[in-house]
Design a protein around this ligand. Structure first.
Ligand code: G6Q
Length: 550
């Protein structure tokens, strides 16, 4: 029944990497840099206005070659082709995975079940263009004739994190009169706080849900609809509510005219959907032209990913480096630090993208996996996070690989702000790699005039072992094109990791479990019966909460 292949961790290529990792543990990056002044050049890749410097990693030519052999063993190149050709690589849901088709600017045919998906995609893109322009120009107005300047996205997970991240990333392109809000959490506070701020006459709600059955989204949408009807009456909804979904039936059932629905398809996973109509709020916020530029940036990365040799392929190289630490150094975390305030939500977006895709323990051949898959992803905007978790990056007991993302030019070049920001990031990645030897620490302490007793007492605390890896990803500026490239780069990196780990990166059984679980407890919390039957902790908690809410 299953086409069983041998597990990747039993391969010759894996064993070779294990051996190399043992050796590499004893090698200092600072020594490799001292020996080779071409290292940065050798271990950097460029695409358009983007440069990825991966030289501050614990790799040498042998390791790099061995990682590439692992990728070949896992047939990465073939798997890339399979995705672009619309093969049903989402095997647990029997679906093609074609977020790349959404930004296929060449418009070459892509077939799913013998049907070219491009005409449908282009039709919806044209609808997004028309609608977003009509809202921006005040041609599509609210029920009382006022311009819609408050745009509220109601959605959760993949129907929230992508558009929210992109709207924030491109805020500078938004007209001043426009405000975008995101309601995702079922916590009534999320709804209440937005509704307190907006005026029903000028508010457009976009209900985003691939399935249109997600309880959080539907509950939030119902609350917002009631609020609107209370203010403007029943007939106002068609001027203030649109939907984005794959499920026309449920959209209609909810009471949104399918005319006001923007479609997408099963071959677009939730967390890969910001390029589809799920990005409608992005197109309204920054204009369709900019939305298209974002698609073009992603498309440039797609073309690179599809055609570049593995050793020159940015997503492939980043994935292999991540696998190197994850599986051969037993490192369990990965940190992403954008040095751009507008990319504040990027780490949260990547947490879903990476951990939901690759946080799996069953392989594609239906076996429990015996090696580590997704690392824990965390991060935040620099320099803020330098003043929180960076301590652990520098002196924690194990190292955490970092991605630093930097725009050379800020959207807000005020005084010397951006130069100070840039100096910080460069200093950090250098310090993580170089560290500070005990000798250097002692010299510094002596220079401050400390007694030799004090110097000896403090020297270890002031020592930084260094040898801590990072990738530096530089753009000229984070414009829509750059954002598209950046996000697509991480999407493909995630896919390559999943290919090497031989896992189903495109399902999300754990998220679905969460959607079912609460449904059993909800009636127990709401009802009067006391005979709830769970484990004794859950039963007691239910009783306690019911008592507190009386
Ligand atoms: C994404 C996941 C998940 C999903 C949300 C919302 O890949 O499947 O985060 O996006 O659960 O689902 P709906 O869009 O169907 O409401």
């Amino acid at each position: 029944m299953f086409n069983l292949k041998s597990e990747i961790n039993k391969s010759m290529q894996w064993k070779r990497l294990e051996k190399l990792a043992k050796k590499m543990r004893k090698i200092e990056m600072r020594d490799m840099f001292a020996k080779d002044d071409k290292r940065a050049e050798k271990y950097s890749l460029k695409l358009e206005n983007m440069l990825v410097d991966f030289s501050k990693n614990r790799i040498d030519d042998k390791v790099f070659k061995a990682l590439l052999s692992l990728a070949k063993k896992a047939k990465v190149q073939n798997k890339i082709t399979d995705m672009f050709e619309g093969k049903k690589i989402n095997i647990t849901e029997n679906r093609a995975v074609l977020h790349v088709a959404l930004r296929n600017r060449e418009n070459t045919p892509i077939y799913v079940d013998g049907e070219n998906v491009m005409p449908e995609i282009n039709k919806v893109l044209a609808k997004i263009k028309d609608f977003s322009e009509a809202v921006r120009l005040g041609k599509f107005v609210g029920y009382t004739g006022k311009k819609l300047t408050n745009i509220v996205n109601i959605g959760i997970g993949g129907s929230d994190l992508g558009p929210k991240m992109a709207v924030e990333a491109l805020k500078k392109y938004m007209p001043k009169e426009m405000n975008c809000y995101f309601i995702s959490n079922i916590d009534g506070t999320a709804c209440a706080e937005v509704l307190n701020k907006v005026d029903p006459e000028t508010t457009l709600f976009i209900v985003c849900s691939k399935t249109f059955t997600t309880i959080e989204t539907l509950t939030n949408a119902k609350t917002c609809r009631k609020w609107l009807i209370d203010a403007l009456g029943e007939h106002a909804t068609s001027k203030h509510f649109v939907a984005v979904s794959t499920n026309a039936k449920e959209v209609e059932k909810f009471g949104i005219d399918v005319e006001n629905m923007f479609e997408f398809w099963d071959f677009v996973g939730g967390r890969y959907s910001m390029w589809s109509a799920i990005g409608l709020i992005v197109a309204i916020a920054v204009g369709y032209d900019n939305f298209e530029k974002m698609l073009a940036g992603a498309n440039a990365m797609d073309n690179h990913f599809k055609t570049a040799d593995l050793d020159k392929n940015i997503p492939v190289v980043l994935a292999l480096i991540s696998i190197w630490y994850n599986n051969f150094f037993n490192v369990r975390n990965h940190v992403v630090v954008p040095y751009d305030q507008y990319l504040t939500y990027l780490p949260a977006y990547l947490q879903q993208l990476i951990m939901e895709s690759n946080g799996k323990y069953v392989d594609l051949d239906n076996r429990f996996i015996k090696y580590q898959t997704s690392p824990v992803i965390f991060g935040g905007a620099g320099t803020d996070v330098q003043h929180s978790f960076f301590q652990m990056l520098h002196q924690g007991t194990s190292f955490i690989p970092c991605d630093f993302i930097i725009p050379a030019i800020s959207h807000n070049e005020i005084g010397e702000h951006h130069e100070i920001l840039l100096a910080n990031i460069l200093a950090q990645s250098e310090a993580l790699m170089m560290g500070k030897t005990t000798k250097e620490a002692m010299e510094e302490l002596k220079a401050k005039g400390l007694s030799s007793e004090e110097v000896n007492r403090l020297k270890k605390y002031k020592t930084f072992k260094g040898n801590r890896p990072s990738n530096t990803i530089i753009f000229k500026k984070i414009d829509p094109f750059a954002l598209g490239m950046l996000v697509a780069m991480y999407e493909h990196k995630t896919y390559v990791e999943g290919v090497v780990w031989n896992i189903a990166s495109f399902d999300q059984m754990g998220v679905e479990l969460g959607k079912q679980l609460a449904l059993r407890i909800l009636p127990e919390l709401q009802g009067n019966k006391d005979d709830v039957k769970h484990d004794c902790s859950t039963t007691a908690l239910i009783k306690l909460i019911k008592g507190l809410r009386k």
